[in-house]
Design a protein around this ligand. Structure first.
Ligand code: SAM
Length: 203
């Protein structure tokens, strides 16, 4: 299957900027536990899995209409995803996503709000979480704080879009308020990468 055959592409996320960065660092991504939250048809995951093979990858989306999207009326490309789809449309996206990723043994599709999904894991369980969640900034901050808790030390947090809308700006600012979070400035484009660093508490 070629990318052009992919039916439910919501956005063109430059996820390769991140997988290339991981490759440059020689990270052992085969041992990674990763998640794509707000994944829609999982197109970003699809591209990521062309580049790296994590031990386990979760594709998570509520796959239902969410009333927190009412502010999205003017959200450009996202309005097609959040504003117009019925629950029946979302169910078709869910079924399509399951069929696409059926062949991957290391992928689990989860129909859930990301907050509920993440809370089932111990803190510091994930190496990399990418978010495409499109909710209002205050709620996004709350969700990204849960993401922060669930990321391992030396793990990474990413999201889209970074430059073309203000959605993620508040939550990035919020996360950078934690003393162990640093922005990876080498990763450019309409995507951001934050690293949760190891902190030496021994003195
Ligand atoms: C713009 S789309 C994501 C596009 C996707 N990343 C891609 O590359 O094609 C936003 C998605 O976030 C999902 N979403 C919004 N709030 C969510 C939440 N709290 N938990 C899980 N998914 C959520 C929506 O159902 C929608 O499918």
């Amino acid at each position: 299957m070629k990318y052009t055959d992919y039916k439910y592409k919501a956005t063109k996320v430059p996820i390769k900027n991140i997988t290339n960065y991981f490759k440059d660092l020689n990270l052992n991504t085969n041992n990674f536990i990763t998640a794509d939250i707000g994944a829609f048809g999982g197109y970003t995951s699809y591209q990521m899995l062309e580049e790296i093979t994590p031990k386990m990858h979760y594709i998570v989306d509520s796959y239902e209409f969410y009333d927190k999207w009412t502010h999205l009326k003017n959200f450009g490309e996202w309005k097609n995803v959040g504003g117009k789809l019925t629950n029946n449309d979302f169910n078709n996206v869910y079924l399509y996503t399951k069929s696409i990723f059926n062949k991957y043994n290391n992928v689990t599709i989860v129909k859930s709000y990301a907050e509920d999904f993440l809370k089932k894991f111990d803190d510091e369980s994930f190496d990399f979480i990418f978010s495409g969640i499109n909710v209002e900034p205050k709620l996004l901050c709350d969700i990204m704080r849960i993401v922060y808790k669930k990321i391992k030390r030396n793990g990474y947090i990413s999201g889209y879009p970074y430059k073309s809308s203000s959605t993620y700006h508040e939550s990035i600012k919020d996360l950078l308020g934690f003393k162990d979070v640093k922005k990876v400035s080498k990763v450019k484009g309409n995507i951001f990468l934050l690293k949760k660093e190891d902190i030496d508490d021994s003195y």
